[in-house]
Each structure stands twice: as C-alpha cells, then as structure tokens.
Design a protein around this ligand. Structure first.
Ligand SMILES: Nc1nc2c(ncn2[C@@H]2O[C@H](COP(=O)(O)OP(=O)(O)OP(=O)(O)O)[C@@H](O)[C@H]2O)c(=O)[nH]1
Ligand SMILES: [Mg+2]
Length: 223
C-alpha cells in the first residue's frame, strides 16, 4: 500500500541538485501501464509515497552507480495526464524521462508526439526512453517498427509489466542515463530558460505600464 503523505518537504526539489539524488519522470496516456511498470521494477521493498494533494506518487529507489549510493525518485502521476498536460513542477529538475505507450491502443502511440513536445518545452536536453508496453498481449508487435522513436533518435524498448520482459533493463538504463546527464550537463539550458522567463516577465510588466499610460493619454477629456 502506498503511504499517503501531504508532507510538502517531499516536494522540495532543490534536493535534486545534490550529486546522489536523481529524479526520473514517467509520461504517457492513462492506463498505458506506467504505475504497473514501476511496481514491477521495484517489486519488493518499494515504498511509493502518494502526495495526495498533488495527485502524484514518488517511488523511491536506492542503488549504487560506480560504487556510489544513489537515491532515485521515480515520479508517477495519477490523473493529470487525462488533461494531456502536466504541471511544470513535474518536469522541474528531472534528469531523465520514461515515455510509455500501450501497443494495444494506437491513440496512446499517436499521443507520444504531444508528450514529447511538452517534455522538450521544459527539459530540452534530458535523456528520454520510449517504452512500448503490454507486448505480452501480442508478441508480434515487436516486429513492428514504431517510427516515432527512430525519428526522434530515441531508444525504444519492447516491454511487458505483466510478465516482466525488459522492465529491469528499462529502469536500469534510465538511471544510468539520468546519472550521466547529471554529471555531464552544466544545466546550461536551465539557466538560459530561467533568464528568459525573468526577461519576459520584466518585459510584460514594462509594457503593461506603458499600455496604462497610453490608455490614460487617449482617455477622452471630460468637459
Ligand atoms: N496485458 C498487460 N496489461 C498491462 C500491462 N501493464 C499494465 N497493464 C494493465 O493496464 C491497466 C493500466 O495499468 P496502470 O499501470 O494502472 O496504468 P497507468 O499508466 O499508471 O494509468 P493511470 O494511472 O491512469 O495514468 C491495468 O489494468 C494493468 O493491469 C502489461 O504489460 N500487459
Ligand atoms: Mg498510474
């Protein structure tokens, strides 16, 4: 059972700046199997923490990479994806993304393009893995080419949360990619995005002041 918490400290995302803390997010339509995949990977000893107010679950996992202990938070949503858009804080400081579709439902594959677009708006450079889930339902799908991944230059894994095929591989590779992103990226893009946001905000404030004064000037004079 997931432990329910409204502990806001769980959402203190500054912790992800620490060397040994990694944040991996999961994206994809409802019912593609995001939660089942996490549960399958973490099987025993996982402790999902439902941050109920924010409709998300953090799956915590400890591992070692190059002899160093690493704490991984896998972020999973509950419900928000129905609106086809996530809150920006979901993406904030994420180091890698696992993007899932259901091989049995074409629409979930088509929607990858929307998820990917949104991901790149917030995290232009983080590694992203595409997961074709539920291959147990029809093994023939592994012969099919899902061009979206190839077109975007992303790795594609054929997976089944139900029978476990490739699940460990996906998650271990995601952790490796997240760690290497963390170590090698200067998060330069993050800095640029922040600067741009501040700049746009300042401009908006400035232009609204100007509009105010223009409006006042054009106000008809009452006789
Ligand atoms: N056959 C099969 N069914 C699966 C597999 N993975 C998940 N399912 C089923 O698909 C349904 C949805 O799985 P979830 O893990 O709840 O999906 P989700 O993406 O977390 O859905 P939301 O939380 O609504 O976003 C469940 O009934 C699962 O049992 C799989 O690999 N094979
Ligand atoms: Mg779920």
């Amino acid at each position: 059972m997931a432990r329910s918490t409204s502990d806001i400290s769980e959402l203190d995302q500054e912790k992800y700046d620490a060397d040994e803390q990694v944040k991996i997010i999961c994206l994809g339509d409802s019912a593609v199997g995001k939660s089942k995949l996490m549960e399958r990977f973490l099987m025993d000893g996982y402790r999902p923490e439902q941050v109920s107010t924010y409709a998300l679950t953090l799956y915590k996992y400890t591992t070692t990479v190059d002899g160093k202990a690493v704490l991984v938070d896998f972020w999973d949503t509950a419900g928000q994806e129905r609106f086809q858009s996530m809150h920006p804080s979901y993406y904030y400081k994420a180091h890698a993304c696992i993007m899932v579709f259901d091989v049995q439902r074409k629409v979930t594959y088509k929607n990858l393009a929307n998820w990917y677009k949104e991901l790149r708006e917030y995290r232009p450079e983080i590694p992203c893995i595409v997961v074709a889930n539920k291959i147990d339902a029809d093994m023939k799908v592994t012969e099919r080419n899902f061009n979206f991944a190839k077109k975007q230059g992303l790795p594609l894994y054929y997976v089944s949360a139900a029978d476990g095929t490739n699940v460990v591989k996906v998650f271990k590779d995601a952790i490796k990619l997240a760690m290497s992103y963390k170590q090698n990226s200067s998060d330069f893009m993050d800095e640029v995005m922040r600067e741009l946001e501040n700049f746009e905000l300042e401009q908006k404030e400035e232009s609204s002041v100007k509009e105010d004064s223009v409006f006042k000037e054009e106000e008809p004079q009452l006789q």
